[in-house]
Design a protein around this ligand. Structure first.
Ligand code: EPU
Length: 351
């Protein structure tokens, strides 16, 4: 395996900014993953595992360690009881994998069509969209455990999936390298239409749409929000949602609603299974003086969705962080809610 030096990372991310990696390794086998880890250890370098770069902000100074790009591919499928088991290499393109599952008539991933990135990135933050989360269908995650140096499998409960979180980005952050993900899908299953945007899309339809129709609809909806990567559309030069949707108690929501009522606004709310209330971060951002299309130097807010910070061309990571800070400060000042960023920050202080 070739390990290259001083490699620009911006082209490997969807936000297209930030500095170079001191070293970059591309691993196509588990042995190469191990070799890259040994290389970093031998030189005392920090290690960062890169998937599709779709949820990543790289600092302008780049990363002084080894960036390991996971290129493990391959998809295997088999039937187990009433489930269709699909095991995909971590480096497989996520959307191509979803397309494959849908083409096989297997339900469980269709609402997560059109999401950029790789299969291996999905368990880290428990990727979700339009009413589905990968944590609902992941059977197990095969990892290289950097503590024991062993390949092992974490079953679903061991991953502790929650909203945009798992052991991989919380309690055991940095301990595992995801090698493959195993999904248990439903052959011949019906599509999952619970999300308002999807219900609206299919409102006139008699009966249920097919999985393929749902996949197409999700891609269309994402396109309208610039959450589908389209060459040449600068509104999708982003890291997707830049903040998590705050989940608050009923009491906190009432306090928030009162502040908003003072400004003649009513705060949208979505009740989550825990009984708590999810407040759309996009709404908070928009109402705090950062509307769609807002511009500040080379960065701004997407013209099609208030939750995406976009690089309008030639932006620096410092500009992105300054806008993020300004949004957090203003939302907190106005609504008393501290927004938590969703992307991973690489090469920044405290990394
Ligand atoms: N809204 C606004 N302004 C906007 C857009 C939305 O006020 O410009 C408000 C509306 O009230 C709307 C609500 O926000 O009803 C929710 O908006 P949307 O349906 O677009 O979803 P979201 O909550 O902003 C989440 C995920 C997305 C995922 C979509 C669809 C998070 C942080 N984001 O966005 O995931 O695709 O739902 O399920 O949970 C990502 O994580 O990068 C991502 C794109």
């Amino acid at each position: 395996m070739k390990i290259r030096e001083h490699i620009p990372l911006a082209p490997l991310t969807t936000l297209k900014l930030g500095g170079p990696a001191r070293y970059l390794a591309e691993a196509a086998t588990v042995e190469e993953v191990r070799a890259a880890v040994d290389f970093a250890r031998g030189r005392g370098l920090p290690l960062f595992v890169l998937g599709g770069g779709s949820n990543l902000v790289v600092a302008d100074g780049g990363f002084p360690g080894l960036v390991l790009r996971i290129c493990l591919t391959g998809v295997e499928a088999r039937q187990e009881g009433d489930k269709a088991i699909f095991e995909a290499g971590a480096g497989e393109d996520w959307d191509a994998f979803v397309a494959h599952a849908v083409s096989q008539g297997c339900a469980g991933l269709e609402c997560m069509s059109g999401i950029p990135g790789t299969v291996g990135g999905t368990p880290i933050q428990n990727v979700g969209a339009y009413g589905q989360e990968v944590g609902e269908t992941i059977d197990a995650v095969r990892v290289l455990d950097l503590e024991s140096n062993q390949v092992q499998e974490l079953c679903n409960p061991a991953c502790e999936f929650a909203y945009r979180s798992s052991v991989f980005n919380t309690s055991r952050r940095g301990r595992y390298i995801v090698l493959a993900v195993r999904f248990a899908l439903e052959p011949g299953g019906t599509p999952h239409i619970v999300y308002a945007d999807l219900k609206k899309h299919f409102a006139g339809l008699d009966g249920l749409p097919s999985l393929a129709e749902v996949r197409l609809a999700v891609r269309q909806i994402r396109l309208s929000k610039a959450m589908l990567i389209v060459e040449g559309d600068e509104d999708c030069r982003s890291a997707g949602s830049f903040f998590k949707n705050p989940v608050v108690s009923e009491e906190q929501y009432r306090a928030l609603a009162e502040v908003a009522a003072g400004r003649s606004l009513s705060v949208p709310r979505f009740t989550v299974p825990s009984g708590q209330v999810k407040v759309p971060a996009a709404w908070l951002v928009e109402q705090s003086g950062f509307p769609k299309g807002y511009a500040r130097g080379s960065v701004g807010i997407s013209r099609k969705h208030a939750l995406a910070i976009v690089n309008r061309g030639g932006a620096s990571a410092a500009e992105v962080v300054a806008l993020k800070d300004a949004i957090q400060a203003r939302v907190e000042e106005m609504f008393g809610v501290r927004l938590v960023p969703e992307p991973v920050f690489l090469g920044f202080e405290g990394d």
